[in-house]
Write a protein that binds this ligand. Structure first.
Ligand code: IPE
Ligand code: IPE
Ligand code: MG
Length: 225
């Protein structure tokens, strides 16, 4: 039996380096990266075995970037969500943000809320965007939310996370081999795939070939097969 890539998570890295390689500004790389988000979301939505696609869009550490880049990313996110609402609805795709949204502007939060509410009844792919997301921050927020309720268990803490779903296949583009604080808890038994391809150039072909390899991996979860 082959593995089912039910929950795919992607660390979308390399927008800036892609732009530099083209003699363009980093912001241009983020624009192109947003197009790849659309392409991958549509592919996953059409793929019968994929239920959930979690994408790392902005980390709790990304605020350290130059103010202009952060501002650009916030505007791009707002524009992307506004423009893509028909894509979500046409594809029956539910949008679920994860991360601490309280740090975002009122107008961005409003757009996030609108897309989440408008797509709440879609029952195809769930596209989860990680926004001001950090795995450690998520765990601390969940633990704080439960602090009056007695001793924690793996199950109770896991269910209180923004994303209570284990990852099957985790991919990082852009050549680095690290998690950068993405879905630390949920990646416990994820299969990890790293590619040098920069996010704007990541293609459906490459994703298909990763899925093909993923399907052949023997997943033991600590047991013996
Ligand atoms: C990923 O691309 C997008 C975000 C983190 C928002 P980068 O902007 O990190 O691109 P590189 O890694 O500098 O090339
Ligand atoms: C990870 O990429 C965050 C996102 C893709 C949103 P970074 O570019 O921020 O990660 P580091 O700094 O290389 O670890
Ligand atoms: Mg990067």
């Amino acid at each position: 039996m082959s593995n089912r890539p039910s929950h795919i998570a992607i660390i979308m890295d390399g927008n800036g380096r892609w732009a530099e390689s083209q003699g363009k500004s980093r912001t241009n790389g983020h624009e192109r990266g947003a197009e790849t988000v659309r392409t991958m979301t549509t592919f996953c939505s059409d793929h019968p075995e994929i239920d959930r696609l979690s994408l790392y869009a902005f980390s709790t550490e990304n605020w350290k970037r130059p103010k202009l880049e952060v501002e650009f990313l916030m505007k791009l996110l707002e524009r992307y969500l506004k423009n893509e609402l028909p894509t979500y609805l046409d594809g029956n795709i539910r949008f679920e943000p994860i991360g601490d949204l309280t740090h975002f502007s009122k107008s961005l939060r409003k757009v996030i809320d609108t897309v989440q509410n408008e797509t709440a009844n879609c029952n195809g792919l769930v596209q989860s965007l990680a926004l001001n997301y950090g795995g450690r921050d998520e765990i601390v927020r969940a633990a704080n939310a439960l602090r009056e309720s007695g001793p924690l268990s793996v199950e109770s803490l896991g269910n209180a996370l923004d994303c209570p779903y284990d990852i099957d296949l985790l991919i990082r583009t852009g050549g680095d081999h690290r998690l950068s604080n993405f879905l630390l808890w949920q990646a416990s038994y994820a299969e990890l795939f790293f590619t040098d391809t920069l996010w704007p150039e990541f293609s459906v072909n490459e994703l298909e070939s990763i899925i093909k390899k993923f399907k052949t991996v023997e997943r033991r979860f600590g047991g013996l097969n």
